[in-house]
Structure formats: C-alpha cells, structure tokens
Design a protein. Structure first.
Length: 210
C-alpha cells in the first residue's frame, strides 16, 4: 500500500464511509488517471497536497477531515479548455454522499472546492489552509517549481506558444499584483510568501523573453 492509499484508507475510516475503502480509492485513481494530465495527477499534485496537509496543516485546522477531502477531490474533474472547479465540487458531493459521508462534511467540502479557482477568498480559515496547500508548489525550490511549470505547459500543449505565454503571464501576475498576498493564512505567508514571489517573478521573466 502506497502513501496516498494509506492516508485515503485512514480518511475513509474516520469519515464513516460505507463499504471497502478500495472501491472509493479505485474510483479516485480512475478520475485522476484521465489522459493529458501531467501535473494534476493523483501521484503528483494530490499526493503533494496530502504531504503538505500532514506536514503543515493537520493540527491547525478545526475540521481536518473536511480539509483532507477538499485536497483529495479538488481536481477530480479537469478540462483544460475551461475551469472545472464547479464540476469537481459537484463530483465531490456525489462521491462523498454515495459513500455515506456526513452531510455537514459533504456541504463544507463542496463549498471549499469552488474556491480552488483562486478568484475569491473564503472567510473560513480551514478552507484557506486547503487553498494554501494547493498553492504551496509555488514556494518550492527552483528545480521543483520549474518541473511544475513544465508539466503545466504540457497540459496546455494545444495552446499556441505566444498565447500561452501571454495568458500564463496574466495568471502569475495576478497572484503577484492583484492580491494582498499569494497565501491566505498567516502560517504560509510568514514562512513561504517570499519564496513564492521569487519563483513567480522569475517565471514571468522567462515567459516574456523573446
């Protein structure tokens, strides 16, 4: 049993889910193994988020079960031609309800996933911690961050190069210039904001080189 399956099994048990955890885990694997995913994979981004949860978040949130489901399910549905956070939220509601998760948790997770478009900030700090875990890749060492950027480009291989550079620059610049900070929680801001900003500035310079 690998790391992610072990954590999923524990989450399944503490959530009071129906049946064998393997049924739910196989379903999740199938979702994240869809073609054309290079960064948003179960063994990549989701595992990274789960590591982040247990390394940085688990003892700081009020409802760790909801936050961990938020991270497990937030990219379950991906269409690289449009934002699918609403579709992922709908899938999370269906998935958790089907396996008997408490209605309160289902509601909170469904609400949380909508915020993963990072266009608005939640008032709920638990959700904010989940969003910071999603963005924690931005504050990684240069080689890890560069691999992330390369994998994102592969996911958008259908986009012409100049268009990609322009739109990617707009996305990264929005994080740098149109928000009070990249991270929402004091924990991540105090420790990782400067490294994230450094990575984004360097990436924007690369994107705008002729």
């Amino acid at each position: 049993m690998n790391y992610l399956e072990e954590k999923f099994k524990t989450l399944w048990r503490y959530s009071g889910c129906n049946g064998n955890y393997q049924n739910g885990f196989r379903e999740l694997v199938a979702k994240y193994n869809r073609p054309k995913r290079y960064y948003h994979t179960l063994d990549g981004h989701i595992k990274f988020c789960v590591y982040t949860f247990f390394d940085h978040i688990v003892y700081q949130v009020k409802d760790p079960i909801s936050v961990l489901w938020q991270l497990m399910l937030h990219d379950a549905v991906m269409n690289f031609h449009r934002s699918d956070d609403i579709k992922s939220a709908e899938y999370a509601k269906e998935f958790l309800s089907k396996y008997g998760v408490n209605a309160r948790v289902v509601k909170k997770v469904t609400k949380a996933i909508i915020y993963h478009d990072h266009r608005q900030n939640p008032h709920d700090e638990d959700i904010a911690f989940g969003l910071d875990a999603d963005l924690f890749i931005l504050a990684q060492p240069q080689d890890v961050f560069d691999k992330y950027e390369s994998d994102v480009r592969k996911e958008y291989a259908w986009v012409e190069e100049l268009t990609f550079r322009k739109e990617r620059t707009e996305i990264l610049s929005n994080f740098l210039n149109n928000r009070p900070s990249i991270f929402l929680t004091s924990y991540f801001k105090n420790r990782y904001e400067q490294q994230a900003r450094k990575n984004l500035k360097r990436s924007i310079l690369k994107l705008n080189k002729k």
